[in-house]
Design a protein around this ligand. Structure first.
Ligand SMILES: Cc1cc2nc3c(=O)[nH]c(=O)nc-3n(C[C@H](O)[C@H](O)[C@H](O)COP(=O)(O)OP(=O)(O)OC[C@H]3O[C@@H](n4cnc5c(N)ncnc54)[C@H](O)[C@@H]3O)c2cc1C
Length: 516
C-alpha cells in the first residue's frame, strides 16, 4: 500500500532522511517501523509566512517494497539508418538527435561552434579581452546558448510535450536527480558541460554524427523539396529531412532563407536591461530575515507590472549569478545571466524587459528583418555607449529613474567591465519610460528592491528571436519546403532550454509521422 501526503519541513530538515520519515509517520499516524520507504515527489520553498518552510509531497510505502525506478535509455545502432540532418547543437538539436536515436533514425548534427572544452578559451577571450569569436561564444558552440547558462529548467511548456522526459534525460546524462523533484530545478554552468559531453557520447556511441566547426552556409532546395545543405568548408550533405535549430542569434540563417524566397516573418520580442542586486537584499526581502542561514538557497524573484498598456517583467532570474557578455559579433553589446550550481556568487541578476512590437520599430511592416535590424541597432548603440571592448553601459537604479548619470557604479559581476552612461541614449523611449515607472513599483512589491545599490546593465536584447520561420502546425514542416523542419528558439518555437529540447523531440517525431 502507498499513501501520498504533503509535509511541512524546516529548511534544516530538508536533506535529513530521518526527519522526513518522522514527519511522514506523524502525518499518517503510523510508527516509523511500519514504513518501508518514503519517496520525495516534489518540494518547494514557501516563504509566504513569517517562517520559511519547505512543502514536500511524499509517497509513503507502507508494508510494500519500493523498487527505485531507474531511467537509463538504451539506443540501438543507427549508423546505417536513414539520415536526419540537424543544424545546431543547442538543446533543440541535441534532444532532436536523442529522439532520432529512439526512433531508429541517424542524426547528423552540424554545429558552427566548437565542443564544450574548446569553447572555454573563446569565453575567456570575451571576458578578459572583450574579443568575440563570431562562431564560438556564449551562444554558439556545443550545447548552444544553454551550456554556459544557469540551466534553469522551469518552463510553462507542459502542453507542448513531456517535460519530465527532458528532465529524466538530463539525469540519465549526469544531472542531479534533485531536478526531478524541485519546483524550480536548475543545473548550473559548472555542471552543464559534462552533461552536454555525455549527451554527445550517447549520440556518437549509437552511430550518430556531430561535426563541429561546421557552419551551414546554403540550403539545397529543388521545386519546394529540401535536398541538402552546403557548409563553409565546401561540403555538400544530402538528406530528405533537416531540423533547423540554429538559435536566436544566427542572423545569417533567415537571410539565407529569404535569399531563396522562403517565407520568414518578423516576430515580437522583448528588450531591456539586466538588473543586478547584492544577493543579500533579495534574501532579506524574500525570506524576511537578515541572514538566510546555511540551509536556505539564495532566493529569487519574479516581478511584473503593467505600465501604459504594456508589461514590464523580470525573467531569467539568476540567484548567486553573473552577468554574461553574450554578443555574437564584434561591435555589439548583449547581456544575459548565469549561475553556478551552488549559486554562491554575491549577486542576483535578472533580465527586466518590455515587449517590442512591429509598430515600435522604424521601417516597413513588410520587411521581415524589421525587428532584427532594430535589435541590432540598439545593441550597437550600447557598444558605443560602453566605449568598446564589450564594456557595457550601466547606471545605478535610482539614478536611472531620476534621469541622473551615476557618479560611480557599484562593484558588479560583469567581467568585461561597466561604464557609467545615460541609458536613455541607448534604450528606445517607450522602453526607457516604462522601466522608469516600473522599478519604483517593483520596490513597493519587494522591500529593498528599489535601491541605488542595484545596477542596470544594457542591453538585454536576445530574449527570443525577432524572426519566425513559419511551419505547419501538424507536419511541423515549412509550408513552402517539404522536409524542412524549423525548430527551437531561433525559429520562434521555444523560449528556454526545456521548451527547445521538447521542440527538438517533437520535430524528430514529426519526421517519422510524415513518412508514415
Ligand atoms: C547566458 C545565457 C543564460 C541562459 N539561461 C537559461 C536558463 O537558465 N534557462 C533556460 O531555460 N534558458 C536559458 N537561456 C536560454 C536558452 O539557452 C535558450 O533558450 C536555448 O539554448 C535555445 O535552444 P536552441 O537549441 O533553440 O538554440 P541555441 O541554444 O541557441 O543553439 C543553436 C546552435 O546552432 C548553432 N548554429 C547557428 N547557426 C549555425 C549554422 N549556420 N551552422 C551550424 N550551426 C549553427 C549555434 O552555434 C548554436 O550552438 C540562457 C541563454 C543564455 C545565452
Amino acid at each position: 500500500m502507498t499513501k501520498e501526503v504533503e509535509l511541512v519541513l524546516l529548511p534544516e530538515e530538508i536533506n535529513d532522511e530521518k526527519a522526513i520519515w518522522r514527519a511522514a509517520s506523524k502525518a499518517l499516524h503510523l510508527s516509523p517501523d511500519q514504513i518501508n520507504h518514503v519517496e520525495v515527489q516534489k518540494r518547494s520553498i514557501d516563504a509566504r509566512g513569517r517562517k520559511v518552510v519547505y512543502r514536500v509531497k511524499v509517497r509513503v510505502f507502507v508494508a510494500e517494497d519500493h523498487t527505485p525506478e531507474l531511467f537509463s535509455p538504451v539506443y540501438n545502432n543507427v549508423s546505417k539508418s536513414k539520415v536526419v540532418l540537424i543544424v545546431g547543437a543547442g538543446p533543440a538539436g541535441l534532444f532532436a538527435a536523442l529522439r532520432c536515436l529512439e526512433l531508429g533514425l541517424k542524426p547528423v548534427i552540424l554545429e558552427r561552434g566548437k565542443d564544450v572544452k574548446q569553447r572555454r578559451r573563446d569565453l575567456a577571450a570575451i571576458n578578459k579581452e572583450g574579443v568575440v569569436n563570431p562562431d564560438s561564444n556564449y551562444c554558439f558552440g556545443e550545447g548552444g546558448a544553454g551550456t554556459y547558462s544557469d540551466g534553469k529548467l522551469y518552463t510553462r511548456s507542459n502542453k507542448r510535450g513531456d517535460v519530465n522526459q527532458v528532465l529524466k534525460l538530463f539525469v540519465a546524462h549526469g544531472a542531479t536527480p534533485d531536478i526531478l523533484i524541485d519546483a524550480k530545478p536548475h543545473i548550473g554552468t559548472n555542471k552543464l558541460p559534462q552533461i552536454i559531453t555525455s549527451i554527445r557520447e550517447s549520440i556518437l556511441a549509437a552511430g550518430g554524427e556531430i561535426h563541429f566547426n561546421c557552419k551551414v552556409t546554403d540550403f539545397i532546395i529543388q521545386s519546394g523539396v529540401f535536398k541538402g545543405v552546403r557548409t563553409d568548408d565546401a561540403k555538400e550533405l544530402l538528406a530528405e529531412s533537416l531540423i533547423l535549430a540554429t538559435g536566436h542569434s544566427a542572423h545569417d540563417i533567415p537571410y539565407l532563407l529569404h535569399k531563396q524566397n522562403i517565407l520568414i516573418e518578423a516576430k515580437p520580442f522583448a528588450l531591456g536591461v539586466r538588473i543586478e542586486h547584492p544577493q543579500y537584499i533579495i534574501d532579506q526581502a524574500q525570506y524576511h530575515t537578515a541572514d538566510r542561514g546555511p540551509y536556505l538557497p539564495p532566493s529569487y524573484y519574479s516581478l511584473v507590472e503593467q505600465v501604459d498598456g504594456r508589461g514590464v517583467f523580470s525573467f531569467c532570474m539568476c540567484p548567486g549569478g553573473i552577468i554574461a557578455p553574450c554578443s555574437t559579433e564584434p561591435g555589439e553589446i548583449v547581456v544575459n545571466g548565469w549561475s553556478p550550481s551552488k549559486r554562491n556568487n554575491p549577486f542576483a541578476n535578472s533580465g527586466t524587459v518590455v515587449q517590442v512590437n512591429l509598430e515600435d520599430a522604424p521601417g516597413s511592416d513588410t520587411d521581415p528583418f524589421k525587428l532584427l535590424k532594430y535589435q541590432q541597432e540598439i545593441e550597437r548603440l550600447a557598444f558605443a555607449a560602453g566605449g568598446g571592448k564589450l564594456v557595457a553601459p550601466a547606471q545605478r537604479m535610482v539614478d536611472f529613474v531620476n534621469g541622473r548619470i551615476s557618479a560611480d557604479l557599484p562593484v558588479n559581476s560583469y567581467l568585461p567591465g561597466t561604464r557609467s552612461a545615460d541609458l536613455n541614449t541607448v534604450l528606445p523611449k517607450f522602453i526607457h519610460e516604462r522601466l522608469r515607472k516600473a522599478l519604483p513599483v517593483f520596490g513597493q512589491k519587494m522591500k529593498g528592491y528599489y535601491t541605488n545599490e542595484a545596477i542596470l546593465v544594457g542591453v538585454e536584447s536576445r530574449t527570443s528571436s525577432p524572426i519566425r520561420i513559419p511551419r505547419d502546425k501538424v507536419t511541423l514542416q515549412h509550408p513552402q519546403v517539404k522536409g524542412l523542419y524549423p525548430c527551437g528558439e531561433g525559429a520562434g518555437y521555444a523560449g528556454g532550454i526545456v521548451s527547445a529540447a521538447i521542440d527538438g523531440m517533437n520535430c524528430a517525431d514529426a519526421i517519422v509521422r510524415t513518412k508514415n
